[in-house]
Design a protein around this ligand. Structure first.
Ligand code: GAL
Length: 413
């Protein structure tokens, strides 16, 4: 081969490798993808989706805008200040439902209705979910998954050592098992973390106490927060809190999960992003006791930000997010299930196959801790009230704060 040919070949190789890798080449336009998936199974899911993006969108360069912190506690604050400074990322993660409405109302996200039609997304996604992304007939985000919130994860070795073989069917049975564990030497058998994880526990208890319709009503104004049934649920919640680790307010969900992994705790109530971490057969899971066939759902979605520096590149990202391959790759690593209904179950874990089946048949209710049921400002107030309760145990103050918050935030039709 002549020298000229060798130089040409080297040039072609360099160019194609750069394109295939999404490229470190700074002349390639970048798409900044903002999320809170910075570690563990969450990052693994994002990485898989980015691989798919890189393959489908060779003219674009992925820039990771992730800000660590479970449920977006830090990311959401950072996003707000970036939007205020008029420095939005191209696209950001946002929960379907009430949280997305916050962004739509503030004009921070662009209409994707045309893209939906071009990409055939209306038919590929469940109609109820598309409704949660729609305002005045316009659709504003592309969901990548559906997560289930009302799941209890268990360390079966810790349970076996305490002689527990049953799956508790009611909150009373659950509390009795926690008492058995404590007697067996597991001082804090229920692993718990900070504010929003406490809200997840409370929501599960509320579903058991009020049933799906009563629970839904808490966020539409149909169920009163100052009623006797909510009071009973709060008492049950307080009873469960007694079995949790005292340092709960200092732990994010992965640090609470670590207690389960170490065998310091036996149970954790957490969404099924935990399924991405607990892959060993020493863990089991069950729907929160008393929740029956309720599937408490939340969905992560991505938007085209108003003022996005690279809308064409973002379109390619969103198309990847909505694709069969993108959703397969992402969800296989993330623990969630595809939002699309046409992704085959092959390649997913037994847990995920069960969740896919349940999602088709169970009773869906939304989540406040993860923004499908209530907007961010409402979550903030509840989280503050729960942190207060975690410290002072004042049940009346807690119920008053919850009732006042509902009065402020329920959306009037
Ligand atoms: C949720 C999010 C999940 C997972 C979880 C823990 O809000 O929807 O994808 O990331 O937080 O961080």
């Amino acid at each position: 081969m002549s020298h000229t040919w060798r130089v040409l070949l080297a040039l072609i190789l360099t160019l194609t490798t750069a394109a295939a890798c999404g490229s470190e080449d700074e002349s390639v336009p970048e798409v900044e993808i903002f999320s809170w998936w910075a570690d563990g199974g969450e990052k693994a899911g994002l990485d898989a989706l980015v691989d798919e993006f890189t393959e489908r969108c060779p003219g674009e360069r992925f820039v990771n805008g992730a800000v660590a912190g479970g449920a977006g506690v830090n990311a959401k604050q950072e996003l707000t200040s970036r939007i205020q400074r008029k420095d939005p990322p191209d696209t950001f993660q946002v929960h379907a439902g009430a949280e997305l409405l916050d962004h739509i109302d503030a004009g921070q996200v662009r209409d994707l209705t045309t893209e939906y039609d071009t990409w055939g997304l209306r038919d590929a996604l469940p109609a109820g979910l598309v409704d949660d992304l729609t305002v005045n007939g316009k659709i504003y985000s592309v969901p990548v998954n559906v997560h289930r919130a009302n799941v209890v994860w268990a360390n079966t070795e810790v349970l076996a050592a305490a002689g527990i073989t049953r799956t508790p069917k009611t909150v009373d049975e659950f509390r009795a098992d926690l008492a058995t564990l404590r007697k067996a030497g597991v001082e804090a058998p229920l692993a718990l973390g900070r504010d929003w994880t406490q809200l997840m526990l409370l929501e599960s208890v509320l579903i058991s106490e009020l049933g799906p319709d009563g629970f839904d009503g808490l966020f539409t104004g149909a169920t009163a927060w100052d009623g006797a049934d909510v009071r009973a649920a709060l008492r049950e919640y307080a009873g469960l809190l007694d079995y949790s680790n005292r340092d709960r307010d200092t732990r994010d969900w992965p640090q609470a999960e670590q207690l389960l992994i170490d065998g310091t705790a036996a149970y954790q109530v957490m969404g099924d992003w935990e399924a991405a971490d607990l892959t060993a057969d020493t863990y089991s899971w069950f729907t929160f006791p008393g929740n029956g066939t309720v599937f408490q759902w939340l969905a992560d979605s991505f938007v085209l930000a108003t003022g996005a520096p690279n809308p064409e590149g973002t379109d390619c990202w969103l198309r990847t997010v909505g694709s069969v391959e993108g959703q397969r790759a992402f969800n296989a690593r993330k623990g969630s299930i595809p939002a699309r209904t046409d992704v085959p179950g092959k390649g997913f874990t037994a847990y995920q196959k069960a969740a896919m089946k349940d999602w088709r048949t169970a009773t869906p209710v939304p989540s406040c801790a993860h923004g499908s049921a209530c907007p961010q400002a409402w979550q903030n107030v509840i989280n503050t009230a729960l942190s207060g309760f975690s410290a002072d145990g004042d049940l009346t103050a807690l119920q008053n704060s919850l009732a006042t918050a509902a009065g402020r935030f329920v959306r009037k039709p």
